[in-house]
Design a protein. Sequence first.
Length: 248
Amino acid sequence: MKMKKLAAAVITTGTLVLSCGMAEATPSTHIWSPSTDVQAYGVFHLTSDIYIPVDKPAGTRPGTITNLGLTTGVLPFEKLNAEVGFDHIEGSYPFFLNAKVGIPENAYGEFFPALAIGGYSIGTKNDATDYNIYYAKAAKTVGKLGRFSVGYYTGNDKLLVDENGNPDESGVLLCWERTLSEISENLWVSVDYMGGDSNFGALSYGFAWKFAPNTSVIFGYVDQNNDNLNPGDTFTVQADIDFNVFGK
């Protein structure tokens, strides 16, 4: 999903930029990386995320990172969906945009995968907050094994760098996720991976519990690929609420 030309057609993405120099996304995601899911038309998705660092990459533990985001579906079609949104992170400047276009799984037959292209971490300060990550991703449910996703991303090589300042702006996207219906239809688990040695690269895993049809909370752990960068590994709690402006 490196395709900048493809992704440039998408209005772009709101992201979570950490005050310690790290950024992450809140378009529709798994735990850390963007998913192929797209918000339904007219449905607003409100998210409040916290990330609690557990490491001390620079000798001191970074502070807790908080993010508040809002995303909504904007296309009233069955086989083509789109969402747009923004995020505000405490201490960041001033907010970040995100957008995604997708085709749902099985839209054109039972073997057709879900497809999505999008962007996030679109900031407003040149070479300061404009991480400008573009991605493409595909996903398919394989029986009781769950849903598997694969994709690719690329971003601003002046901001997506390793600990030595060398560009590391691209990487693979992978995910496995499943609703554990044997236990409860409300319980979901996921393991997702975002390649690279910038602040975006991480292996994330956790679970979510749906407290109501429109309300769920994710409890996860984000294991950063590069241990030399702030904020290091973090625990995350993400509260998500959907509401329909049309009252349906």
